[in-house]
Design a protein around this ligand. Structure first.
Ligand code: COA
Length: 320
């Protein structure tokens, strides 16, 4: 039945100019292409240069999403940016993006849920659209994790990359759009994936720390559960799903998660080989890749999912 829903009207993405292969990384870090590929499926990552920031990448992705949607920047009445690597502690980088796009007056704020940030941002924006307090929203995930990596820690620095992805959500009376979202968090596991600094503790930015093995174990369980829960909330069976667009952290996590749901690998969008883990940018970046190469078509049923530091995790079921 048609009802007011948040429909994805356009997608966009942006990557830093510099692309670094595993072999190039192995020249400055004690690692190898073989180790990284076998453990994670990652082959390349993009690393931001000094003039490329979370806000500039986010604004580039947003411009492309607006163009794809055929919507003028000035028609946007809400900007939600998911990021754990803002340009400044404040103001919110969403307001910098707003300025770069030449928009004034609309609501603009950041959401911090690390790798699941885009799911959190999407859920907030679509709720506001359904409630009638917004009608055209930019939901952006943008990160420059290269700036918070400890380049001496080979267990983490090889896993991440920089980038941005964005969607335009438009209110429509439609059977398409975001059908259901589910979000979760469990602060008990905060020490498994965190940054060891911050404005109110050390007064510094800090570096990323992770217990990789524990994160891996929790990710598979939490992601399979939240996908099942969200499909149930949307009232659709897993067999009806056309595409899964998962968080791109690790090819093995993706494989194990979709196998638990009994979904075939051909229905899964995988870009982790090209981009590594771009945190909050990973889901909208992978979505944009699959929309632009023609795999995801209007009317397809897609599932988005992610998990990250906190832990936080979530999923969304969308009729594209
Ligand atoms: N290159 C080469 N060797 C490395 C390495 C690297 N980049 N990083 C770690 N190693 C070594 C370790 O020192 C260790 O050596 P040892 O056995 O001699 O002590 C060995 O590889 C195994 O390390 P371990 O950490 O146990 O490997 P793993 O099989 O658990 O794989 C991860 C490590 C990080 C790839 C894996 O745990 C993972 O993907 N976890 C999830 C991380 C993630 O996706 N986080 C983000 C979620 S949002």
């Amino acid at each position: 039945m048609s009802q007011r829903r948040a429909v994805i009207a356009g997608t966009g993405s942006a990557l830093p100019r510099t692309r670094v292969s595993n072999a190039e990384l192995a020249q400055r870090v004690d690692t190898s292409d073989e180790w990284i590929t076998e453990r994670t499926g990652i082959k390349f990552r993009h690393i931001a240069e000094a003039d490329e920031t979370t806000a500039t990448l986010g604004a580039d992705a947003a411009r492309k999403a607006l163009e794809a949607a055929g919507i003028e920047a000035n028609d946007i009445d809400l900007i939600v940016l998911a990021t754990a690597t803002p340009d400044n502690t404040f103001p919110a980088s969403a307001t910098k993006i707003q300025k770069m796009l030449g928009i004034r007056g609309c609501a603009a704020f950041d959401v911090a849920a690390v790798c699941s940030g885009f799911l959190y941002a999407l859920s907030v924006a679509e709720s506001m659209i359904r409630a009638g307090s917004a009608s055209k929203a930019l939901v952006i995930g943008s990160e420059t994790f290269s700036r918070i990596l400890d380049w001496e820690d080979r267990g983490t620095c090889v896993l991440f990359g920089d980038g941005a992805g964005a969607v335009v959500l438009a209110a429509e009376e439609s059977e398409r759009g975001v059908l259901a979202t589910r979000l979760h968090a469990d602060g008990e596991h905060g020490e498994m994936l965190y940054v060891d600094g911050g404005p109110s503790t050390t007064g510094t930015v800090g570096k990323l720390r992770m217990k990789g093995r524990e994160v891996f174990r929790h990710a598979v369980v939490n992601l399979a559960e939240v996908m099942t829960e969200t499909l149930e909330a949307a009232g659709v069976g897993a067999d009806r799903v056309d595409w899964v667009v998962p968080h791109q952290a690790n090819a093995r996590i993706i494989d194990a998660t979709v196998r638990k749901l009994g979904l075939p690998a051909e229905k899964v969008v995988v870009t982790v080989d090209q981009h590594a883990n771009t945190s909050a940018a990973s889901v909208p970046l992978a979505l944009d890749v699959a929309v632009r190469d023609g795999r995801i078509q209007r009317g397809d049923l897609i599932v988005l999912e992610a998990m990250g530091g906190g832990f936080t995790w979530g999923a969304a079921v969308v009729r594209f």
